[in-house]
Design a protein around this ligand. Sequence first.
Ligand code: AMP
Length: 248
Amino acid sequence: MKIIVPVKRVIDYNVKPRVKSDGTGVDLANVKMSMNPFDEIAVEEAIRLKEAGKAEEIIAVSVGPAKAQETLRTALAMGADRAILVETDAEVEPLAVAKILKAIVAEENPGLVILGKQAIDDDSNQTGQMLAALLGRPQGTFASKVEIDGDSVAVTREVDGGLETVRLAMPAIVTTDLRLNEPRYASLPNIMKAKKKPLDSKTPADFGVDIAPRLKTLKVSEPPVRQAGIKVPDVDALVAKLKEMGVA
Ligand code: AMP
């Protein structure tokens, strides 16, 4: 069985985003970029399934600029077998990514596609769900446990107030939550080996997908600046202050 893992190159989670002065988006000039953290979890899960003998090949896919090759090399260094870059400098919305992934799924016939539950740059939380809908295949989102049993996969999901387990007939779409696993770091020898692993380059046009944006960003603004706090001498003063503010 093959597993496809879509990985997105995003602003590093440690970087504090700066909004462009004209309010059109986030300034990415000279900013550290990394693999979306939920996608690292997806790559790790695919590797664990392969190590457990449940999968034979892991294919990492990224839709983005030429630099997204670095993200794919990271996935290869972690343990993916080969990679596909669908190169474009345009900003690609979840629907367009899902359409491209649908075309790749048609070519590769994977048993599972494991995506992150969301990309931390746009927080869309849409691509996996859209892909499942386009393919007409079952989905297990926000997975905190994934267990393959024959032709089906049991996905434990983190829902309000507890855990829900669903069983999906494969091929299926899974999206990862934070507590699914702790991704490994790529070792130096594996980083070297990853340079020799196959990385295919394609374009959205190769898959006949129109990536023209359907959405228009009206404005991006910084969150309001935090007001300075005050120090209170004791608990009574704190309670009095909270009452004054209407929160106690
Ligand atoms: P989103 O729907 O944008 O929050 O993204 C959810 C997941 O879809 C991510 O965690 C990735 O696994 C995948 N994804 C989204 N955009 C891309 C992209 N440009 N290239 C590869 N995978 C992507």
